[in-house]
Design a protein around this ligand. Structure first.
Ligand code: ATP
Ligand code: MG
Length: 192
């Protein structure tokens, strides 16, 4: 007897028959689990592979903490941009951190508006909005008004609803377990 294979019930009956080609996207990686920044840099790799111009701004990292992604991105010809006077603050100097973060947003905004990049990564941008350092409305307006070819990738926990609303693709990394919880410190080559 021949068995007829039945599709599982949860298979959607309505199949998309046409797709549109968006000139660019707003992508948000948020949530408490690991992977928000690494997924953003995965996309950077893809964009570089296509010969696109890519820019990255990291908002909350100290210059002292040399992240591996910076080295690789620079080697790949990605513009690694820094606001303020080049990220040389001590992490306990909150006023300085804030000042540089706000300057970095100004740079990010100008980079989006300028249209020189096909992809711009705004790594850890969400915290600036959560802490009230920059205006969420201003970020949303900038994202909406961007040149149509500019894809923007935003990462960070607790993305504001208004940013989620303007995004095309939103992923929440859910933390099931993190080595950090067992007392394992951030690891070179894995976490930075
Ligand atoms: P990654 O850069 O590894 O993709 P992420 O961008 O998703 O992490 P962040 O909050 O930016 O998350 O992470 C900052 C640092 O904290 C990184 O070293 C990351 O590996 C680590 N981390 C990420 N998620 C967790 C977690 N749930 N608990 C503890 N540490 C975490
Ligand atoms: Mg991150």
């Amino acid at each position: 007897m021949t068995e007829r294979v039945q599709p599982p019930k949860e298979v959607p009956t309505k199949i998309l028959t046409s797709t549109t080609r968006a000139p660019s996207l707003i992508i948000v990686n948020t949530g408490n689990g690991k992977g928000k920044s690494t997924a953003a840099f995965g996309m950077v790799m893809r964009a570089v592979a296509r010969g696109w111009k890519v820019g990255v701004i990291q908002f909350i990292k100290s210059g002292k903490w040399q992240v591996g992604e910076e080295k690789v991105c620079r080697d790949l010809g990605v513009s690694w941009m820094k606001g303020g006077d080049g990220f040389t603050w001590e992490s306990d100097d909150i006023d300085r951190t804030r000042e540089i973060a706000v300057a970095s947003w100004a740079l990010a905004r100008a980079s989006i508006e300028g249209g020189a990049f096909d992809v711009i990564v705004l790594d850890e941008l969400t915290y600036l909005m959560t802490w009230g350092w920059i205006d969420t409305g201003e970020v949303v307006t900038c994202l909406r008004a961007r040149p149509q070819h500019v894809t923007v990738i935003v990462t960070g926990r607790d993305a504001p609803q208004a940013v989620i609303d303007v995004a095309d693709t939103v992923t929440e990394m859910r933390n099931i377990r993190h080595a950090f919880d067992q007392g394992v410190r951030a690891r070179r080559g894995i976490d930075f």
